[in-house]
Design a protein around this ligand. Structure first.
Ligand SMILES: Cc1cc2nc3c(=O)[nH]c(=O)nc-3n(C[C@H](O)[C@H](O)[C@H](O)COP(=O)(O)OP(=O)(O)OC[C@H]3O[C@@H](n4cnc5c(N)ncnc54)[C@H](O)[C@@H]3O)c2cc1C
Length: 476
């Protein structure tokens, strides 16, 4: 027994902010808090060795394969302005990025992106176009609808059959009969609400943008896809992780979460370390959140665990330019189900960001899987490569073998915002705040994709560390 007098060690002060999950939502929240409250003690606990969650890139033989998203639109409150604040220079995708196709009737057909191109589209027969023209006469509805039901009600069956899958494949790999239009495309619902018609609203918005552009002698501003050039999205993750510095702990999976009588939250990691925090955000995917809150809130945990997530396989292929007959003069194409091609979509990566392939080469990125074909994400790499090469032969005429290849499988790639999503999330959030004092954060709950994740981080930052509203300047 030691004869030294025992000295009670002072209890460490609770952290000002603890973030469980170092995906982009968690990392973005840390970056925002650091700028708003430089004196705060902040800690981010990430389960994996690599932060970033589903965002990152693999460099291989001079090619870049993004393992998740390839970029984000330059929304005012999304990824692009935050990346600039961190000292990065996001790169706009080549202007051709606005050209997209759908695989239909054995060929690549342009995806309509404006009311005129919609009505001229080869994807729609004359009867479907006639019905679509009647869209402005359809009364607005004040209830949540699936993407599929919304398209049928406003534009008719022909449009829903031709375009519902294409509308959701690119953003969620999901099922348009179950995905909520209101959660996935709130701006489309907004057009209906404000203008009584999607077509009329879209035309008015385009006209207003043109008038504004003419007044400022500039081009009509359209949100543009931005990425990080040759480095891919890894540059964004590296910048966020670099900004977090010592605050970020990787390989630190959180196993337990409890509320203390004083209102702080106690978090325990797998190696037994315990941390206490005044504010805690749970920035983990739904299945992980379910495991953490199950003891305190079994009903919330059951709801989180039941949220579907689309599995996804990402196949990055490098080719000699001469081996790909298609000009690749656009973003790429989507492949609705039941059209004899198994992949979900093909992205012309090096057309968008030319540094993503060496000279005289091109990079293609194929996505497969989704909620309707989960096996495609589970197959062996060899079996998957066989169907991917067959699909590229049928759609783009590529016979040659790739000169470089990488595959990534995500068992749970993209959480699905299905009907009732907003209501469920609101009730989970309220219960978690009340019983555990934690805030649910991330793209699965607060918005779609990367911009949704960053926007949700801004919401939490504003709640925890409000920025004073700008005083309007007074004259006189
Ligand atoms: C193939 C693919 C393509 C995509 N394409 C696009 C696109 O083009 N545009 C777009 O905007 N979005 C796209 N997305 C979606 C986008 O990647 C996500 O919406 C976004 O990255 C989600 O970020 P997040 O931080 O909310 O969640 P996540 O990325 O899921 O991060 C959660 C983090 O929590 C960690 N974690 C889990 N459990 C624990 C625990 N117990 N303790 C500690 N940490 C834990 C995880 O390891 C992970 O790092 C795509 C996704 C995939 C997979």
């Amino acid at each position: 027994m030691s004869d030294r007098p025992s000295v009670a060690r002072p209890r460490p002060e609770p952290l000002d902010a603890l973030i469980v999950g170092g995906g982009v939502a968690g990392l973005a929240l840390a970056a925002l808090l650091k700028r708003r409250r430089p004196s705060w003690t902040i800690r981010i606990l990430e389960a994996q060795a690599r932060p970033g969650g589903t965002v990152g890139s693999i460099r291989h033989d001079g090619f870049t394969t993004d393992v998740g998203p390839i970029g984000a639109l330059d929304d005012a409150d999304g990824v692009v302005p935050l990346a600039r604040e961190l000292g990065l220079a996001p790169v706009p995708a080549a202007p051709e990025a606005s050209r997209r196709w759908v695989w239909a009737n054995g060929g690549l057909r342009p995806l309509p992106t404006s009311p005129p191109s919609f009505l001229a589209s080869e994807l729609l027969g004359p009867a479907a176009k006639l019905r679509a023209l009647a869209e402005p006469l359809v009364p607005a509805a004040d209830r949540e609808e699936s993407v599929h039901a919304f398209l049928i009600r406003r534009f008719g069956y022909g449009v829903a059959r031709a375009l519902a899958e294409a509308a959701v494949l690119g953003v969620s790999g999901g099922d348009p009969t179950r995905l909520s239009l209101d959660a996935l495309f709130p701006s489309v619902r907004d057009l209906e609400r404000r203008h009584g018609s999607v077509l009329v609203g879209a035309l008015r918005k385009a006209r207003e943008a043109k008038t504004r552009a003419a007044a400022t002698a500039g081009a009509a501003p359209r949100p543009r896809l931005h990425g990080f050039g040759a480095e891919g999205m890894q540059a964004w993750v590296d910048a966020l992780a670099g900004d977090a510095g010592e605050a970020l702990r990787t390989e630190a999976p959180v196993e337990r979460l409890e509320r203390s009588p004083s209102g702080t939250t106690h978090v325990t990691t797998a190696d037994g370390a315990r941390l206490e925090a005044r504010r805690t955000a749970l920035a983990v995917p739904p299945h992980a959140a379910a495991a953490l809150v199950g003891r305190a809130l079994p009903e919330v945990a059951a709801g989180l665990a039941a949220m579907r997530s689309a599995p996804m396989r990402v196949v990055g292929l490098g080719y000699h330019r001469i081996d790909v007959p298609h000009p690749l003069d656009g973003f790429g194409f989507l492949i609705p189900r039941d059209r004899g091609v198994r992949s979900l979509g093909v992205l012309f990566g090096s057309s968008l960001f030319p540094g993503q392939a060496p000279p005289e080469h091109v990079h293609l990125r194929v996505l497969a899987g989704g909620v309707r074909d989960p096996e495609a994400a589970e197959l062996s790499d060899d079996a998957a490569l066989a169907f991917v090469r067959r699909d590229l032969r049928v759609t783009l005429g590529v016979d040659a073998a790739p000169v470089s290849l990488r595959q990534v499988r995500w068992a749970r790639a993209i959480p699905q915002a299905e009907l009732g999503h907003a209501e469920r999330v609101a009730s989970w959030r309220a219960a978690l705040q009340e019983r555990l004092g934690v805030t649910l954060l991330g793209a699965a709950y607060g918005g779609i994709g990367l911009n949704g994740a960053v926007r949700d981080a801004r919401r939490v930052a504003q709640a925890w560390a409000p920025e004073p509203a700008q005083e309007p300047e007074r004259s006189g």
